[in-house]
Design a protein around this ligand. Structure first.
Ligand SMILES: [Cu+2]
Length: 227
C-alpha cells in the first residue's frame, strides 16, 4: 500500500468513525431513511463547489507540494481539514425548517454555518479560489450519490462589486436567480441558469433541499461569467 493510499484509508476510517455516531442518533430518532452510507450524499459538481473542485483537481494528487502555488485555496483547505474534500458530498445541516438565513450566518455561507465544525470552516475563507469560466446562460449539475430527491434547488449569484478574493459571502451579497420545482430521487438534478446582466468573478450559491428528510445543503461554486 502506498503512503498516499494508506493516508487516504486512515482519513476515510477517521471520517467513518466520526460520522457513525450521528447515523445511530438518526436511527434512534425514528428516521428510517438514513440507511444510505454516511458518505453518500451530493453536491453541485458543475460548476464545481469549492471542495468538490479541490477533490476533482487534487484528490488523486493531494500530497503534491505544487498545490500550494498552483491552487493556494485548495492547499489551505487540505491543510485545514482533508475531510472537507474527501467528504465533498456531506456539506449539509438538518432540521432547518426552511429558515436558512437563521441557521447560516453572514460570512459562513460556504460552510453552511460551520456545519460539522471545523470540517468545512475553511471554505468560508476569502481568496483566489479557482473559478470556472461560464457563459451567462449555462447548465448546472448537482450530483446526488444517495438519490435523496430534491424539494427544490434555490440558486443565487453574488452581486456586482462582491469580491470573493477579499470578502466572505453574506446573504446581502446575493441575488436570488432561480428556484426550481421538485425532482424525483435520481443520480443528478440539472437545471439551466440564466445570469444575464452579470459578468466577471462571482460566487454561485445553491441550496439543495433534499427530500428524504429536512437536510439542506449549502454549496458555493466559484465562477467567472464571460460574454
Ligand atoms: Cu444525505
Amino acid at each position: 500500500m502506498s503512503v498516499r493510499a494508506r493516508t487516504r484509508s486512515l482519513t476515510l476510517a477517521v471520517a467513518l468513525a466520526l460520522v457513525a455516531p450521528f447515523a445511530m442518533v438518526a436511527v434512534v430518532a425514528g428516521d428510517t431513511v438514513t440507511a444510505a452510507p454516511a458518505a453518500a450524499h451530493g453536491s453541485v459538481t458543475d460548476p464545481p463547489t469549492r471542495n468538490y473542485g479541490c477533490f476533482e483537481r487534487w484528490g488523486s494528487d493531494h500530497l503534491n507540494p505544487e498545490m500550494a502555488d498552483l491552487d493556494p485555496m485548495c492547499w489551505g483547505a487540505w491543510q485545514a481539514d482533508p475531510n472537507a474534500m474527501w467528504n465533498w458530498n456531506g456539506l449539509y445541516r438538518e432540521n432547518v425548517g426552511g429558515n436558512h438565513e437563521a441557521f447560516v450566518p453572514d460570512g459562513q455561507l460556504c460552510s453552511g454555518g460551520r456545519t460539522q465544525s471545523p470540517r468545512y470552516d475553511y471554505l468560508d475563507t476569502p481568496g483566489e479560489w479557482v473559478a470556472k469560466d461560464v457563459p451567462q446562460q449555462f447548465h448546472l449539475t448537482l450530483t446526488d450519490q444517495a438519490q435523496h430527491g430534491a424539494d427544490y434547488l434555490r440558486i443565487y449569484v453574488s452581486r456586482a462589486g462582491f469580491d470573493p478574493t477579499t470578502e466572505a459571502l453574506g446573504w446581502d451579497d446575493l441575488d436570488l436567480v432561480q428556484e426550481t420545482g421538485s425532482y424525483p430521487a435520481q443520480g443528478s438534478y440539472e437545471t439551466d441558469v440564466d445570469l444575464t446582466g452579470y459578468s466577471g468573478r462571482a460566487v454561485l450559491y445553491t441550496i439543495w433541499q433534499a427530500s428524504h428528510l429536512d437536510q439542506p445543503y449549502y454549496l458555493c461554486s466559484d465562477i467567472n461569467i464571460t460574454g
